[in-house]
Ligand binder design. Structure first.
Ligand SMILES: [Zn+2]
Length: 323
């Protein structure tokens, strides 16, 4: 299903059908009445669009108009930045994804490549900073942040269209109260630290990030064999925004930011008195936490996996109150 604000969807239908906003809204209301309120406004709008023969497939969109759930769409944009490829594992399958940032004159979006031939276009320098490309047959995916995803059915072609003024506007994570957190969501929340546990240190494979084991005195990864292990740290916090509290978990970069440490100093946190001093400073402080809600099956509770933290500034509070 297409996730969109009702207004965005209406505007799209108006644009594609040639009917007026009033007419579209009348049809949506009629549809809702007929279904005795069993359908949301967005659901009803989608039914109306389908009845008008409007399909969002195979159409070219401006980035700003793209909605999560759209399939087989086209877009023309300028490559702003390419990112290093990343390995992923899903069950038995191991693969690689490539990505880059694309922008047009209205907005920007991350493009994710799942096909080796597409990823090779970055490696071979065909897709590079400042070139203009047309992407065809791509899907818009995401939970809250929109991304363009390309499977092997998608196409990337060089375009001779000129895009002079690009706008880099990244989607923002939505803010939510902890009591409203649902597993799988990416969220921002402003909350107080009410508990911090001393970080755990463990050894991982530098290739895949998985925990390693020892065979004699040799560090071994299940997948990559003998490797030189990399030390990683994990910190657990309890954060509270007044509606509820949740366990938050952060890794290396979060730990550096939270405890205001240099990379080399992290291991000092293994020292209990050093940690307790830091902990006293941090308890009660208010921070904007960004991350993903994940269900911890073992403890049957939600956890918040952090990917960024920012100090809460007075300005943020004002913005929040105006919402
Ligand atoms: Zn490994």
């Amino acid at each position: 299903m297409i996730k969109a604000t009702y207004q965005q969807l209406i505007q799209r239908i108006v644009h594609l059908s040639g009917l007026t906003i009033g007419e579209i809204e009348r049809r949506i209301e009629a549809k809702k009445a007929k279904l005795s309120g069993l359908i949301s406004s967005i659901g009803a709008a989608q039914v109306v669009a389908a009845e008008l023969g409007i399909s969002f497939e195979k159409q070219r969109f401006k980035i700003i108009d793209m909605l999560i759930g759209m399939k087989k769409i086209s877009v023309i944009g300028k490559v702003i930045e390419t990112y290093p490829t990343r390995k992923y594992r899903r069950a038995e399958h191991e693969g690689e994804i490539g990505s880059f940032l694309l922008a047009d004159d209205g907005s920007s979006i991350r493009v994710v490549l799942w096909d080796t031939n597409h990823i090779d276009m970055i490696r071979n320098g065909i897709i590079k900073k400042d070139i203009v490309i047309e992407i065809k047959n791509a899907d818009v995916r995401g939970t809250t942040i929109r991304e363009i995803h390309l499977s092997s059915n998608a196409k990337i072609e060089l375009s001779d269209k000129e895009i002079k003024n690009v706008k880099i506007i990244k989607d923002k994570l939505p803010s939510k109260k902890i009591s409203e957190f649902k597993s799988g969501e990416k969220i921002n929340v402003r909350a107080h630290i009410v508990q911090i546990f001393q970080p755990n240190f463990f050894l991982t494979c530098p290739e895949c990030g998985m925990k390693i084991s020892y065979e004699g005195d040799k560090a071994v990864c299940m997948k990559h064999g003998a490797i030189a292990p990399k030390k990683r740290a994990l910190v657990s916090l309890v954060i509270d925004d007044g509606t509820e509290n949740i366990r938050a978990v952060g890794f290396n970069e979060i730990i550096l930011k939270l405890f205001k440490l240099e990379d080399k100093e992290v291991e000092k946190l293994q020292d209990s008195s050093f940690f307790l001093n830091k902990k006293q400073d941090l308890l009660g402080s208010e921070i904007i936490f960004s991350g993903r809600v994940r269900q911890n099956v073992m403890f049957n509770r939600n956890e918040f996996i952090l990917n960024n933290i920012e100090e809460a500034k007075p300005g943020d509070i004002i913005e929040d109150l105006n919402r």
